[in-house]
Write a protein that binds this ligand. Structure first.
Ligand code: ATP
Ligand code: MG
Length: 821
C-alpha cells in the first residue's frame, strides 16, 4: 500500500477495512444505522482511485438524494483530489436521464430534449386521457390510475403486460382492463409529447439496455465499479437496472461483470409505497452467487441509550436478521419523554427546550447551535403547529419539503414555458400555458386544435401552427389571431434564445437547446424574457390583489435562481479539468448525456429532479431543521426531537390492522431514533389536529416498546380531570403552553364548566353557523369563542379561541360539527 492508501484505511475498524479492501466479487455491506455504511462507501471510492488504478470515469455511485450525491462527491474530492470530479455520483433518476440523453438517438420516439413529467404533469395527462376515452373521472381518478401505472412501471410491466394480467383475472376485475387501456394511451401520449414520467426514466433505461446489448456492454466497460447506497430502498426496476449495468458471468459480450458494492439496512426500508422491496437486499446473495457479505456492528453515531432504544423497538419486527449494534461512546443522557395536551403544547415544549439548548446567556447551558437540532414528524402537516410556535419564539428554522417552490402555480407556469421553448412537442406544458395568462384562447378553440392534431397525427404545436394558416376547421378569426400571437411568442423566444447558438431549422435545434448557454443569453435572461413577453408580469403588476404581489415575488425569485444557475455553471466551466482519462470513445455513443453546464436542458433537468431531501439546510445556515421521518433517512443531528408518538398517528392509522405496514412504520421509528447523536426527545400529544377533527389517540405502541428506564419523563399523562384545572400554569414550567394569546376573556370558571362529558357526536350533520363572538362547546377543546372568520360555504373557516393550553384553532364548519382545517 502507498502512504495515501494507508491513510485511507486509517481509523476504520476491521470490518470497515475489509469492505474498503475487498476485490473480485460483488460485495454486500449490511449494517444497522450509524455504523459507517455511507462513510465506507465513500472511503472505498477514494481507495479505488488512489490505490487500484481505477479512473474516475470508471466509477458510478448511486445515492438516494442529489444532496447526498453532492456530499459524497465533495468528500471523495477532499480525499483524493479534483480529478475525482469525473465520477458519476448521482441518484438513479439523474443517472438514467444522462443515459437516455446520451442514447436518445436509439430511443426512436424521443429526442434529447425530452421533458420530464412529475406527478402533477402525469396527472394532467391522465386527466386528458380519461376524458378523451370517455371514462368516468370519478371511477378512474388521475391520482388512483397514476398510482397503478406507477406500480406497473416499478415492476417493469408495460401496457401489454397490464392487459394480459387484466385478462387473466378478468372475471373479477373489469376495471383492470380499462386501466391497461388508459396506460397504453398514456404511454402513447407521453411519447408524442417527447416526454418521460419519473418512473419511465428507470424503466426506459432498462429497456434501452436490454434492446441494445452493445450499449449495455459500453456501460459495463465504462463503469467497472458500481456502488449503491441505501440499497434497501431500491425497487424492482432499479434492481434490474443495476443487473444490466453490472452484467454477469453468463453475458455474451466477454466483458467481465463490473464490481458491485451495495450497502444497506433492511431495517431502514421505508419506501415500500414507492415499490421498494427489501427482497433486493435480503436475496442479494442468491442473486449474486459469489457475493461476499460484510456486517458492520459498531455504531459511531449515537449514545448507547439511543441505540438501546432503537434496538428494542426494531427487535419487535418479525423475520429480520438480528443485528447487534453497539458503541463505545458511553450511555450518554437519558431520552427525554413528554406528554403534551395538544400538538401546540407539544410544539411549545420543544420550543422551550430549544431555547435552553442554545441559550448562551448567563446560566444557559449553551451546549448547541440551532443547526445541531432537528424536529421530525410523521406527515407533512406535522410542521404546522411547530412553525406557528417557532415563529412566535423567534426560533430560526427551515421546513424541508411541504410547500415547494417549484410546485407553486406561477412557477410551474413559467417552467412550462421553458419546457415548450426546449421541446414544443410537450403538449401538456403547451396546453397549460396556451391561455395563461389569459389571452382569449378558450376551451373551444383548444379543443378544435386538439381534434385537428389528432386527426392529422401531428403534435399539438404543429396544429397551432396550422391554425395560424387558417387550416384548422371551426376556429373563429379572433382565436386564429390570438393563436398567431402565441405561436409568434414561442417562435420569438426560440429564435432569440436558441437559434442564436447556431441552430437553423428542425434537426439542429435540439443540439442548440442542449447547448443554449451563457454567452449573452443565459437561462436567467430567458426566464426574464418569458415573464415579460408572455404578459405574466404585466398582469400581476396590474393587480391589486396582495396574492399577486406574492406571485410576482416568486417569479422574481425564479429569475434569480436561473441567473445564479448560469453564473455557477460559468464558474464551474472556468475551473474545468483535463478530462484525459475518460474512456468515452465508443463510436456508438454520442456524448456523455450531461447537458452543457448552464444550458436550458440542464436547468430543466435540475428543476425536474429536485426533491424534498435536497433542501436539507447546511450547517452554515444556522437553522433548526424540520422534516418528515421519511426525509430524515441517512442524516444525523446532535439533538433530535421525534414528535407524534400516538397510535393512529405513528404508527399511522392505515397500518394498525396490517402487519406488513406496521413493520414498515416500525422501521420508520427506527430510522427516526437512530438519527440522534447525543440527545433524543420523544413526544406525544393527547389531542392532535388531524383531517378536519382534533383526535385523541393513545400512546404509540412503539413508544411503549422503548425500555422505560431509558426515558426521563418530563411529563406523563395527567389523570382525568387534572387536565382541566391542573395542567395549566406552574406545574410544567410554563403557563399558556400553546403560547396562545390570553385575550379570550374566559375566566377559569368558564373553562371549568366546559366538561368533557359532552357527546362528541353531538352536532354532527347539522349546519351550524357561527359569527364572531359566538361560543361553542367542543368535545375535545372545551368551551371556545369565535374570534375570526374567513371564506363562506364549503370554504368557511372559523378560528376559535379555546384559551389555556389549546389556544386558537381554525375549524371548518361545513356539515355540522366544526372540524379542524
Ligand atoms: P445510516 O444507516 O443512518 O445511513 P450509516 O451506516 O451510513 O448510517 P454513516 O453515516 O456512514 O453511517 O456514519 C455514521 C457516523 O459515524 C458518521 O458521523 C461517520 O462519520 C461516523 N463514522 C463512521 N465510521 C467511523 C469510524 N471508523 N470512526 C469514527 N467515526 C466513524
Ligand atoms: Mg448512510
Amino acid at each position: 500500500l502507498s502512504d495515501r492508501g494507508r491513510e485511507l484505511l486509517d481509523g476504520l475498524n476491521p470490518q470497515q477495512r475489509d469492505a474498503v479492501l475487498h476485490t473480485g466479487s460483488p460485495l454486500l455491506i449490511v449494517a444497522g444505522a450509524g455504523s459507517g455504511k455511507t462513510a465506507v462507501l465513500t472511503r472505498r471510492i477514494a481507495f479505488l482511485l488512489a490505490e487500484r488504478d481505477v479512473t474516475p470515469g470508471q466509477i458510478l455511485a448511486i445515492t438516494f438524494t442529489n444532496k447526498a450525491a453532492a456530499e459524497m462527491r465533495e468528500r471523495v474530492i477532499d480525499l483524493v483530489g479534483p480529478r475525482a470530479a469525473y465520477m458519476w455520483v448521482s441518484t438513479f433518476h439523474s443517472t438514467c436521464v444522462r443515459i437516455l440523453r446520451a442514447q436518445s438517438g436509439l430511443l426512436g420516439n424521443r429526442n434529447s430534449n425530452f421533458s420530464i413529467y412529475d406527478a402533477d404533469d402525469s396527472r394532467r395527462l391522465l386527466g386528458m386521457v380519461v376524458r378523451d376515452l370517455d371514462l368516468d373521472p370519478k371511477k378512474f381518478s388521475p391520482r388512483g390510475v397514476g398510482t397503478q401505472i406507477s406500480n406497473f412501471k416499478n415492476e417493469l410491466k408495460d401496457p401489454d403486460d397490464a392487459a394480459a394480467e387484466a385478462e387473466a383475472d378478468g372475471q373479477t376485475d373489469l376495471a383492470a382492463g380499462t386501466i391497461a387501456q388508459i396506460y397504453a394511451e398514456y404511454q402513447r401520449r407521453l411519447a408524442a409529447a417527447n416526454a418521460f414520467d419519473f418512473d419511465d426514466l428507470i424503466g426506459e433505461t432498462v429497456s434501452l439496455l436490454q434492446r441494445h446489448p452493445n450499449v449495455a456492454e459500453y456501460y459495463r466497460r465504462r463503469f467497472r465499479h458500481v456502488l449503491i447506497d441505501e440499497y434497501q430502498d431500491t425497487n424492482h426496476a432499479q434492481y434490474v437496472l443495476v443487473r444490466e449495468l453490472v452484467g454477469d458471468e453468463t453475458s455474451q459480450s466477454g466483458v467481465d461483470p463490473s464490481e458491485l458494492c451495495v450497502v444497506g439496512d433492511a431495517d431502514q426500508s421505508i419506501y415500500a409505497f414507492r415499490g421498494a422491496t427489501i427482497r433486493n437486499i435480503e436475496e442479494f446473495e442468491r442473486d449474486y452467487p459469489n457475493a461476499e457479505t460484510i456486517l458492520l456492528e459498531q455504531n459511531y453515531r449515537s449514545t448507547q441509550t439511543i441505540l438501546s432504544a432503537a434496538n428494542a423497538v426494531i427487535s419487535r419486527n418479525a423475520n429480520r436478521r438480528e443485528k447487534k449494534l453497539w458503541t463505545d461512546s458511553g450511555d450518554g443522557d437519558l431520552i427525554v419523554g413528554y406528554v403534551a395536551d395538544s400538538d401546540r403544547d407539544e410544539a411549545a415544549f420543544i420550543a422551550k427546550e430549544i431555547e435552553e439548548l442554545v441559550d448562551y446567556s448567563i446560566g444557559g447551558s449553551a451546549s448547541h447551535t440551532y443547526a445541531d437540532l432537528a424536529v421530525f414528524y410523521r406527515t407533512n402537516t406535522g410542521s404546522r403547529s411547530l412553525e406557528e410556535v417557532f415563529v412566535r419564539h423567534g426560533i430560526p428554522y427551515k421546513v424541508v419539503g411541504g410547500t415547494k417552490f417549484y410546485e407553486r402555480k406561477e412557477v410551474r407556469d413559467i417552467v412550462a414555458y421553458l419546457r415548450v421553448v426546449a421541446n414544443p412537442d410537450d403538449s401538456v406544458s403547451l396546453r397549460r400555458i396556451l391561455n395563461t395568462p389569459r389571452r382569449g384562447i378558450g376551451d373551444r378553440a383548444e379543443a378544435c386544435v386538439a381534434v385537428h392534431a389528432e386527426n392529422l397525427g401531428i403534435s399539438f404545436y404543429q396544429a397551432l401552427v396550422e391554425a395560424t394558416e387558417n387550416r384548422v376547421p371551426l376556429l373563429n378569426t379572433r382565436a386564429v389571431k390570438q393563436i398567431t400571437l402565441f405561436v409568434d411568442l414561442i417562435e420569438g423566444l426560440r429564435s432569440d434564445f436558441l437559434m442564436a447558438f447556431g441552430a437553423v431549422g428542425g434537426e439542429s435545434v435540439d443540439d442548440a437547446v442542449a447547448d443554449a448557454t451563457t454567452e449573452g443569453a443565459d437561462v436567467g435572461e430567458l426566464v426574464d424574457a418569458i415573464v415579460d413577453r408572455s404578459g405574466y408580469r404585466a398582469e400581476l403588476e396590474a393587480s391589486n390583489d396582495p396574492q399577486d404581489a406574492a406571485r410576482m415575488d416568486n417569479l422574481n425569485e425564479l429569475i434569480a435562481v436561473a441567473r445564479d444557475f448560469s453564473v455557477e455553471a460559468a464558474q464551474r466551466d472556468d475551473d474545468d479539468l483535463d478530462d484525459a482519462d475518460e474512456a468515452t470513445d465508443d463510436a456508438e455513443v454520442v456524448g456523455d448525456g450531461e447537458p452543457e453546464p448552464g444550458s436550458l436542458a440542464a436547468f430543466l433537468e435540475k428543476v425536474a429532479l429536485v426533491a424534498d431531501a435536497d433542501q436539507v439546510p447546511d450547517e452554515g445556515e444556522g437553522v433548526v431543521t424540520m422534516m418528515t421521518l421519511h426525509t430524515a433517512k441517512g442524516l444525523e443531528f446532535p439533538v433530535v426531537f421525534v414528535t407524534g408518538w400516538e397510535d393512529g398517528h405513528f404508527p399511522h392509522m392505515r397500518a394498525l390492522g396490517d402487519p406488513a405496514e406496521l413493520s414498515e412504520e416500525r422501521r420508520l421509528a427506527y430510522v427516526g431514533i437512530t438519527r440522534a447523536r447525543q440527545k433524543l426527545y420523544l413526544t406525544r400529544a393527547m389531542s392532535r389536529a388531524s383531517w378536519g377533527q382534533p383526535v385523541s389517540n393513545p400512546e404509540s405502541r412503539f413508544l411503549q416498546e422503548v425500555p422505560q428506564h431509558l426515558i426521563d419523563w418530563r411529563r406523563t399523562e395527567p389523570k382525568r380531570g387534572m387536565r382541566e384545572f391542573g395542567s395549566r400554569g406552574g406545574s410544567f414550567g410554563f403557563g399558556s403552553a400553546g403560547g396562545s394569546s390570553n385575550d379570550s376573556g374566559f375566566s377559569s370558571g368558564m373553562r371549568g364548566r366546559s366538561s368533557y362529558s359532552s357527546d362528541p357526536t353531538r352536532g354532527r350533520n347539522k349546519n351550524v353557523h357561527y359569527e364572531i363572538g359566538d361560543r361553542m362547546n367542543h368535545p375535545q377543546y372545551g368551551m371556545g369563542k369565535a374570534v375570526a372568520k374567513e371564506g363562506s360555504g364549503v370554504t368557511e373557516r372559523i378560528t376559535f379561541d379555546f384559551g389555556g393550553n389549546v389556544g386558537r384553532v381554525t375549524l371548518m364548519t361545513v356539515g355540522g360539527l366544526p372540524g379542524e382545517k
